[in-house]
Design a protein. Structure first.
Lengths: 294, 349
């Protein structure tokens, strides 16, 4: 029983971070209809940038973290302005492959500057773990879940009440109508990329506090695709529901099924979930099915 | 289009001919003579580069049929190549089956696995299909990593290919095998695009709903595209396994899958020439980077060890993005523009 609680708590809190990465995807998909396959690369580069600022330059966190946010904003703006904007109204394949090119570039940049494989960020939380019931949970897990929830709350409020947030929702709904209303669509795109990069950066820092910085973060990006598939591509709520489900499945499945089957099963549990969801309910739990016209 | 002045087509056979004029024929024959006498004057190193290019061309042709003609995105092509490679390696190495049987079996098994991965394509497309194929790739590699038969992460050693007692152990003999199959595959791909199946693929790519309305049965055609594309991947995988001599899951990475997509985009989607040009471009620039890496590391000693690997990745990323922005129709389109300009020279039109 103690095991179960342990797996559940770690699963949910890691799942919250996956949900955050998934949210970064949904932000871009909702506003511009671009599937950001460079997600893993973004998480990777922001984590390593944080590492560079804190460990290599030696800045304290209160200076380093704002710098990471600024860096994320800049990266988001650059990507949208120089890679995505020239391709507006191109076929969907081009949009996929351009994000792929960005993925390659970011991964290359990370390997170029930080070629060693694994390292850890300096600790920000005290090392003694939390005791929840019988479970013993390291502090970063709890804080990751808390930060993710707060961020979700803030973004939800932003999209509900802020003028720019409402404009972004409107763009997602109907681009032409929005243009007719005089809302600059390109600025919406660029804002959503900047937002998405900031969310990816925060998720990257959270996940690095939990598991260290490594080039394996790319696969974390792939896992978060399973979150958006399960939750539905255009739903924030879907993300926050599906994230913990994936995290739980990974931890519970890895914990209980590994002795029965092969080792390393937890790595492909999210992928198996993807396949099952695509067969049964392709548009996810909360996504809308698109009705197509010719 | 593109025919020299004064060439007119009077019959359907003339209209459909791939090689229309005597110049076409003689250029092709010269090319074949150059390629098939290459082992006489190329060093072993360049022959091995050519072998890799030949194998990659076969796999890229398959991906081009699937993605370029039929529009079904596959981000897991290397997974299917791995299926072919392991099928052939296990059949010939463990069970002692003749190479040619292993080659065909590799294609069939990879095709079947591709068929299964393609089943979701009826209900989903675009990003959903991308994710499904990514999942397929990771699951295939994971299974290979954990099976006893495939030797796990340690990999397998593969015997040389042999046809009727003739063991193809040298680079040159494998060069002939790979080139013959590559030429055959190119010829088949070129013709596939011109028959009913190919036209149906193009219709599905351009708008699958419209294709359905016009009476194209989507399910069999999409599955057929997956089967053909992955069949070619399996053939390439089998050749790769016998050419490399030993395979392990580390040879079949996700990044390589993405590179295949990059190749066909750079070459030009939905053309027969495109994959060939793209593959040659990417593989040669990889070789170039391998030459340059020591120079770069010597020139900038301040860089941490291993950085140069990052430069290659960054360069490919940049090349893919720049091609999409500046020349979305790829090298094949550039080549066509060059041919037209050459035909009209010295007049501009």
């Amino acid at each position: 029983m103690a095991e179960l609680l342990q797996f559940t708590i770690t699963g949910v809190s890691v799942g919250m971070v996956y949900a955050l990465i998934g949210l970064s995807f949904v932000l871009i998909w909702k506003s511009s209809g671009v599937a950001n396959l460079a997600l893993g690369g973004l998480v990777l580069i922001f984590s390593w940038f944080t590492y560079g600022m804190t460990v290599q330059v030696g800045l304290p966190y209160w200076i380093a973290l704002p710098l990471v946010i600024i860096f994320a904003l800049a990266v988001g703006w650059l990507i949208e302005r120089f890679a995505l904007r020239p391709l507006i109204a191109q076929p969907i394949l081009s949009l996929f492959i351009v994000t792929l090119g960005i993925f390659y570039f970011l991964e290359g940049l990370a390997v170029f500057i930080w070629p060693w494989m694994v390292d850890t960020l300096p600790p920000i939380f005290p090392p003694e773990p939390f005791h929840i019931g019988t479970a013993v949970v390291a502090q970063p897990y709890i804080w990751a879940a808390v930060v993710s929830l707060v961020l979700f709350g803030l973004l939800t409020l932003y999209f509900r009440y802020h003028k720019m947030g409402i404009a972004m929702r409107a763009t997602a709904d109907d681009q032409f109508a929005v243009q007719a209303c005089g809302i600059p669509v390109t600025r919406i795109f660029s804002t959503s990329w900047m937002f998405a990069c900031v969310v990816a950066a925060i998720a990257g820092v959270l996940i690095s506090w939990i598991g260290g910085v490594s080039h394996g973060l790319v696969e974390t990006g792939v896992k978060s695709f399973s979150v958006v598939i399960l939750g539905g591509l255009n739903s924030f709520l879907g993300c926050i529901v599906a994230g913990p489900i994936i995290g739980l499945a990974e931890n519970l499945g890895g914990g209980y099924l590994t002795p029965l089957f092969w080792e390393g099963l937890e790595d492909i549990i999210p992928l198996i979930i993807i396949i099952i969801v695509l067969f049964i309910k392709p548009y996810g739990l909360f996504g809308e099915a698109r009705i197509e016209r010719i | 289009m593109g025919l020299p002045c004064g060439t007119h087509n009077y019959t359907y056979a003339q209209d459909m001919a791939i090689l229309r004029t005597k110049t076409h024929w003689s250029l092709l024959i010269i090319l074949f003579i150059l390629v098939f006498t290459a082992p006489l004057y190329w060093s072993n190193y360049w022959l091995s580069v050519a072998n890799l290019i030949g194998i990659t061309v076969i796999a890229a042709m398959g991906l081009n049929i699937l993605t370029g003609y039929c529009g079904q995105l596959s981000f897991g092509h290397v997974g299917f190549i791995a299926v072919g490679a392991y099928t052939s390696a296990v059949l010939t190495g463990v069970f002692g089956v003749p190479f040619l049987v292993g080659l065909v079996a590799a294609g069939l098994v990879a095709g079947l696995v591709g068929l299964i991965s393609g089943i979701p394509s009826l209900r989903i497309k675009g990003f959903y299909l991308v994710i499904a194929t990514i999942a397929a790739q990771f699951i295939i590699i994971w299974v290979i990593n954990h099976l006893e038969l495939t030797g796990g992460s340690g990999g397998l050693t593969v015997p040389y290919a042999s046809i009727g007692g003739l063991v193809l152990s040298s680079e040159a003999s494998q060069f002939y095998l790979i080139m013959v199959i590559a030429v055959l595959c190119t010829f088949l791909a070129k013709n596939l695009a011109r028959i009913k199946v190919g036209r149906a693929f193009v219709a599905i790519r351009d708008n699958d709903l419209a294709a359905k309305v016009m009476g194209i049965n989507l399910f069999p055609y999409k599955l057929l595209a997956f089967f053909i594309g992955c069949f070619w991947a399996g053939i390439a995988g089998s050749l790769l396994a016998h050419w490399m001599g030993s395979i392990s899951p580390a040879n079949f990475t996700f990044m390589e899958s993405l590179l295949y997509l990059g190749m066909i985009v750079i070459g030009g989607l939905g053309t027969t020439l495109g994959p060939i040009l793209g593959v040659i471009f990417i593989r040669l620039s990889q070789q170039g980077m391998m030459f340059l890496t020591p120079t770069i590391e010597a020139a900038f000693p301040a860089l941490p060890a291993g950085s140069a690997g990052g430069i290659t990745l960054m360069l490919f990323g940049l090349i893919i993005v720049l091609f999409l922005i500046l020349e979305p129709r790829g090298l094949a389109h550039r080549w066509m523009l060059f041919k037209v300009a050459y035909r009209l020279w010295p007049f501009s039109y």
